[in-house]
Design a protein around this ligand. Sequence first.
Ligand code: FES
Ligand code: FES
Length: 157
Amino acid sequence: MSGTVSVQIQVNGVPHADQVEPRLLLVHYLRDVVGLTGTNVGCDTSSCGACTVLLDGESVKSCTLLAVQADGCSVTTIEGLACGEELHPVQQAFQEEHGLQCGFCTPGMVLAAVSLLCETPEPTEEDVRRGLEGNLCRCTGYHNIVRAVLRAAKEQP
Ligand code: FES
Ligand code: FES
């Protein structure tokens, strides 16, 4: 197709090869091309973190990247965290600590927390608050979110 670029992106372990417009944002690629709508778009100013995914294991705001910038990379979205019926430990901790209300911020929050715990496996409360400061919860459920991340850290194998 003229005016498009081919990309090969592994999403949640599944290889995808697509033709995309060069200006297509990664979040729209994930939602509209791959069909994974768990990644939300909450702002157009790169400030809310609702669109957070992992790119080669690092958390990124997928509304700040073009799909072509993820060419050759591996992306993990919220749909790729659970193992079958078994929730990822961070998802489990969010459930147990009531770390979500409307759930809009939750996919991004969980992926930001997964990345935080990879970098800092034994975080203090302050580390968690600082690590998640790029993710906003419009329900203001921060207290339980922080408790969930601390619980996930404690329960990590
Ligand atoms: S939608 Fe990406 S930061 Fe808000
Ligand atoms: S739970 Fe509603 S925005 Fe965070």
